[in-house]
Design a protein around this ligand. Structure first.
Ligand code: HEC
Length: 186
């Protein structure tokens, strides 16, 4: 009897971590995509304004100061936590946690196998619903994330290194996996 109860407890704990219905999954994926796109648009349009105004010299300090406050405004608007993370980081504050690192590696493995990257939604041990979606590098990103001394000029690199001495986030080509959005529904 005790053993049966114990097994029941284990089964219910396991099912608890994965008890989203297909309909719920679809809803959270739609919502997650909407939030990721809106945040990307907000960061991107502000960044491009700065690029037009003063190139990387103006846009990098802007990113450094404003990426967090802009993201926080979106978190309040949607009542979620929003994080941008990657394996090759610029700002160490954006380091992935264990679950995010796993997702990033899964996406890399999929790329290797020629598979399509799709958003992921799952309930995790914290009992919260987590949404992940890839961030692909675009042409407009290469001035700050492209190949050193090619798209990233030495002047840009010195500005980057002054703010991020351990910058690992260069060397990317358009369409490379730059990182992921990690959104947690509260
Ligand atoms: C003007 C230079 C610049 C451009 C252009 C730029 N970035 Fe960044 N990027 C930065 C800086 C600076 C940071 C660090 C921000 C911070 O301190 O949080 C950063 C951080 C990131 C991060 C967070 C992970 C990390 O490494 O810290 C991602 C993801 C990212 N950029 C993707 C992109 C994508 C995708 C584009 C194009 C749509 C892009 N960036 C364009 C300068 C730039």
């Amino acid at each position: 009897m005790k053993k049966a109860l114990f097994l029941l407890a284990i089964v219910s704990i396991l099912s608890c971590t994965n008890d989203l219905t297909e309909t719920q999954k679809k809803e959270y994926i739609a919502k997650g995509k909407e939030i990721a796109q809106a945040t990307m648009k907000n960061l991107g349009s502000n960044l491009m304004k700065q690029m037009k105004a003063g190139g990387t010299l103006t846009a990098i300090p802007f990113c450094n100061k404003s990426a967090y406050p802009l993201t926080e405004a979106m978190e309040k608007q949607y009542n979620v936590s929003i994080k941008r993370t990657a394996l090759k980081l610029r700002n160490p504050k954006n380091s992935p946690n264990e679950a995010e690192e796993k997702i990033l590696n899964e996406y890399l493995a999929k790329i290797k196998n020629g598979e399509k990257l799709t958003p992921i939604v799952q309930k995790e041990q914290d009992n919260k619903i987590h949404f992940y979606t890839p961030i692909k590098l675009q042409k407009k990103c290469v001035a700050c994330h492209g190949v050193l001394n090619k798209q990233v000029t030495s002047k840009t690199d010195s500005i980057l290194k002054s703010l991020y001495p351990n910058d690992k986030a260069t060397g990317f080509k358009p369409n490379d996996l730059r990182g992921i959005w990690s959104i947690t529904f509260e």
